[in-house]
Unconditional design. Structure first.
Length: 328
């Protein structure tokens, strides 16, 4: 009888905890080397937690998940992961095939052996720093991944809170597809490679972005392997390699080893406040949809016989760009 009563109390306590979690929500609270993961009942069949109580949280969204219980605030019915607490030896790993939201509510997370946030979901990831909170992400050496904040899909950074990113292995922030920033206060304080590196395009709509300690470019935007599109309406399905800044404030501190901004497409600065040398940038123009040639003029161009040549001379060309020698 006593054992039965204790079981009922335990189940009631668990039910009370679960009911306190909003629908569509997974709550992760870090505490040292452990983490508490709580899953809302309406999505429990779609979420697998493979890490137990470890601070290295690993979550897989079911491949069959395609949204559930859509609301006005969550029109796609996606799963919302709310992260808070602190760990000096932890991570958040998310695998899935449907868009998701990650909310940071005062999270301090360091992973000594890889990305702090490892978002292995090829769809749109909305990463939000909640208003009035400060979150800090720090990574450790791992050549299998490209960023302290590593995203396989397209990354939308937003929120009215503050996010600090310390990249101690490769790029501080890496997105395999496009990246947009809105409202957020974003501070990249170190990067062994680029401060921010993404593909397809990057758009800063608003917010305050500060990049320092980059050992390569402050920001680099690449074309992906998909066919090039150039600029599209509302950037829908765009793969231009363009960098856009329409508002907000962008500071890129001196000391980077590459360029302030480098883009495979065009750099379009149409608004906002820019605190960096806008002349210390490099953009590329698409010639006949095939060849990518630097728009920035070179100091001198030579052929292999050492003869001065024009920028469009055929064959192997040696050119000098500032302190760099480029062969093409």
């Amino acid at each position: 009888m006593k054992r039965t009563l204790l079981s009922i109390i335990a189940l009631a306590a668990f039910a009370g905890t679960a009911s306190a979690i909003d629908a569509n929500t997974v709550e992760i609270i870090y505490n040292g080397t452990s983490a508490t993961v709580s899953v809302a009942p309406n999505i429990s069949s779609y979420v697998t937690v493979g890490s137990g109580t470890s601070s290295h949280v690993k979550i897989v969204q079911a491949a069959t998940f395609a949204g559930v219980d859509k609301t006005t605030d969550n029109e796609d019915g996606e799963i919302i992961y709310v992260l808070s607490g602190s760990s000096t030896d932890g991570e958040f790993y998310l695998e899935g095939s449907y868009k998701a939201t990650v909310e940071l509510k005062g999270l301090t997370l360091t992973n000594p052996a890889g990305p702090a946030l490892n978002l292995q979901d090829g769809k749109r990831i909305s990463l939000s720093a909640k208003n009035g909170t400060t979150s800090t992400l720090t990574d450790g050496a791992n050549e299998d991944y490209n960023g302290c904040l590593h995203c396989k899909g397209h990354l939308k950074l937003k929120g009215k809170g503050t996010l600090n990113v310390v990249g101690q292995s490769r790029h501080a922030i890496y997105s395999k597809e496009y990246m947009e920033v809105k409202n957020l206060t974003l501070n990249v304080t170190a990067a062994q490679k680029d401060g921010i590196h993404c593909k397809e395009y990057m758009l800063i709509e608003s917010g305050t972005i500060s990049i320092s300690g980059a050992q390569d470019d402050g920001i680099q935007v690449e074309l992906s392997s998909d066919p090039q599109t150039g600029t599209t309406a509302s950037h829908e399905d765009e793969n231009s390699g363009n960098f856009y800044m329409t508002a907000g404030k962008l500071t890129i501190a001196s000391g980077y080893q590459g360029k302030a901004i480098k883009a495979d497409g065009s750099i379009k600065l149409t608004g906002g406040t820019r605190n960096f040398d806008t002349a210390d940038t490099m953009e590329y123009a698409d010639i006949d949809g095939i060849e990518m040639t630097p728009q920035k003029t070179t100091d001198a161009v030579y052929d292999l016989q050492g003869r001065k040549a024009g920028a469009h001379t055929r064959g192997i060309i040696v050119s000098k760009q500032g302190k760099k020698t480029v062969i093409r």
